[in-house]
Every structure is written in structure tokens, then in C-alpha cells.
Design a protein around this ligand. Structure first.
Ligand SMILES: [Zn+2]
Length: 357
């Protein structure tokens, strides 16, 4: 179901009664990974796979497909709920993320009679697990500066296990969220603000980034102070301003801001833009740190400055060798001409995504 999003790499699906969240790896990385899927349904077939859902699943297994071993047939509501609780217990150790189970009518003739609402079947019902929560200490609030210059607050937490995953960071969204109000100025968490030193409830649902749900005021230190959102960029020191109607505060440094310059570079070489093989985020960071690549145009002079015969060469850098350096230069050459839409997207103009480009 989820894999139907065109071009989206995908490792999961609705599986014989269990909804999976895929690990959304980039396709390039995913190609190198061992990927597995559980067959859970079928499209058009020349003849019926069976008379029941469970029979059709057995048939798929007979044909060599892997189906989810947790699926089973239940005779009544009590059995369904017991299955739900049983799977919830196993959730943390399954080796893949799930956010609930799906109950299906087993008899395929009854499924056909029940039919569909506009898009959802009347013969299947999702029963989600509750989000997983844990309480921990908020040690610090760090500010990350993104490609557009937006200052994003990140909570640094005393590591805590939430549903089998160790969580040490959580998003804090923006200044309003920390202060306890939404974008319209209405209170959230009944107006409770979030402070460094607070005990907070962290939760994660599915495979999303952990979030902070609430604070425990009873454990707030007496000397705590409200968080003051920075008025300058922590990276370059430029003024950080909030424009009318925007939730985020932006660094005004533009390309003099190293954080923005580097994030823009990473975007420039990303998959939807120049997509230069061998020049991923890590490589960009390393080249940027050494001043070898400071702006997009530098990528195309890299071979002249640090290619064969030059005093300092890519092939001598840590993690590089003759072959990988050669491949990188070849990949860069290949991208000297690219479609205009990729170039426009690569420039990373605010409000211009792949579709607009
Ligand atoms: Zn800055």
C-alpha cells in the first residue's frame, strides 16, 4: 500500500494482518541492503487464490512468497484482542517497526459483499497500538541551522528506551512549541513551557522522529528559567529573525553562514538535484571543512585542484583511494549537463520543491 508512492523506496507494507512501517532508506543505500518483504495481498489474478484470506495467504506461501508469521485466524472478538495484545508485547523485538494490527474478514465472499467505502475496505479494520512513551531528563536544547537558515531546536535527552529504541534526541519544532503555544498563539500542554532541566515525556509513534509531549512541573528545579530562543545564529552570529506568518526563526547570514552553505551544498548534490555518486553528505562535510568545496561551482573544479598530479589529492584523503577518487571525478563530469528542473531544485530556493522546479 505505502509502496505505491512512485519513486519512494520502500521496505514494508500491510502484512497479513500487521501494518509495517518501512525503514525509508535512500534507494542508493537501499540497493546495497538486504531487503525483505511480506506478501499480504494480491491484485488481479486469473483464478481465485482461495476462498478465505487465510487460505489465500497459505497459497501465496505455497508459491514461495514470505508472509508474516504473526497472522492468524481468530473465532471471536476476545481472540482478536488477545492477538493484538500478544503482538504488542513482541513489538519491540520484531526487528521491524509496526504501528498496529489489521483485522480482516476471512471469508472472501463476505469481503466482496462488504465492499469498499470510497477508498477503504469495510472488511478490514486497523487497530493501532498506543504511542510509546518514556520519561527522561531534558539536558540541553541545541539549535541546528538548516539549508534555508531555519533555526531548529533539538532536545538533548538523557538516553531512554522508548519501545525498544534508545532515544537521546527529540525535535522541539520551534520557539512557540517550546513556549507552550501553537502557531495561532493558542496554548498547548495547557500553556506549560519546556525548560532545560525539566523531566519530559518522550513518545514515538511508528517510525517518526521522537517528540516531547509534556513536562512534569512537579519535578521542575526551583532555579529553572524559561528557554530564551536565540536572537542570533549560533553558527555565524548573524541576526536571526522571524518573518510575519512564519513559525521558524531564520539566520540572515545567507551564504556567509557556514551551516547554511554546507546544508545547501548537501542539497545541491542530493538525489533529486545533481545526484553525484560518491559525493554524499559525509563527503561534502569533509571537503567543506577543509575548504576544498565551499560552493557548488567548486565541485566542478575539484579535479583541477585536487586531481591527479596535484600536490594535495582526493585519493590521499582518509576514506578515499585511487579508484574511488577516479569514480568521483567521473561522476562529477557526468553531471556537467543536467536537466533544468534538477538544476532549479538543486539551487534550494525556499518554497521551490521538486514539483515546482
Ligand atoms: Zn548563520
Amino acid at each position: 500500500r505505502e509502496g505505491a508512492e512512485a519513486g519512494d523506496d520502500f521496505v514494508g507494507g500491510l502484512v497479513d494482518g500487521v501494518a509495517l512501517h518501512g525503514h525509508r532508506a535512500r534507494a542508493a543505500g537501499a540497493a546495497a541492503r538486504p531487503l525483505h518483504f511480506f506478501a499480504y495481498g494480491w491484485g488481479e489474478t486469473s483464478e481465485p487464490l482461495g476462498e478465505t484470506q487465510s487460505g489465500a495467504m497459505a497459497r501465496l506461501r505455497g508459491l514461495g512468497f514470505v508472509t508474516n508469521p504473526l497472522g492468524l485466524v481468530c473465532d471471536d472478538v476476545e481472540a482478536l484482542l488477545a492477538c493484538y495484545r500478544g503482538i504488542e508485547v513482541q513489538r519491540a523485538t520484531l526487528g521491524y517497526d509496526i504501528d498496529g494490527v489489521v483485522y480482516k474478514v476471512d471469508d472472501l465472499a463476505l469481503q466482496a459483499r462488504l465492499g469498499f467505502r470510497s477508498t477503504t475496505p469495510r472488511w478490514a479494520l486497523a487497530h493501532k497500538f498506543s504511542a510509546q512513551r518514556a520519561s527522561t531528563l531534558l539536558e540541553a536544547i541545541d539549535i541546528q541551522v538548516g539549508r534555508t537558515g531555519a533555526l531548529s531546536p533539538v532536545a538533548r535527552l538523557t538516553p531512554v528506551t522508548v519501545g525498544g529504541v534508545v532515544v537521546a534526541n527529540a525535535t522541539l519544532h520551534n520557539a512557540d512549541y517550546i513556549a507552550g503555544r501553537d502557531s495561532k498563539g493558542q496554548p498547548i500542554r495547557e500553556g506549560r513551557d519546556i525548560r532545560v532541566g525539566d523531566w519530559v515525556t518522550v513518545y514515538r509513534a511508528g517510525d517518526v522522529i521522537p517528540k516531547i509531549e509534556d513536562v512534569d512541573l512537579s519535578r521542575r528545579p526551583a532555579d529553572s528559567v524559561p528557554y530564551a530562543f536565540p536572537k542570533t545564529c549560533p553558527i555565524c552570529g548573524s541576526d536571526a529573525v522571524r518573518e510575519e506568518g512564519e513559525a521558524a526563526v531564520y539566520c540572515t547570514g545567507g551564504l556567509i553562514c557556514p551551516a547554511q552553505a554546507m546544508e545547501k551544498l548537501k542539497h545541491f548534490v542530493s538525489r533529486g538535484a545533481f545526484d553525484i555518486e560518491g559525493l554524499g553528505a559525509k563527503a561534502v562535510e569533509a571537503f567543506f571543512a577543509d575548504g576544498w568545496i565551499r560552493e557548488p561551482a567548486d565541485i566542478f573544479t575539484l579535479a583541477d585542484r585536487h586531481g591527479p598530479g596535484r600536490p594535495t589529492q582526493v585519493k590521499n584523503r582518509e576514506g578515499w583511494g585511487g579508484k574511488s577518487a577516479e569514480n568521483l571525478f567521473a561522476a562529477i563530469e557526468q553531471r556537467r549537463a543536467i536537466p533544468l528542473d534538477r538544476l532549479i531544485f538543486g539551487l534550494g530556493i525556499r518554497h521551490v520543491g521538486e514539483t515546482a522546479a
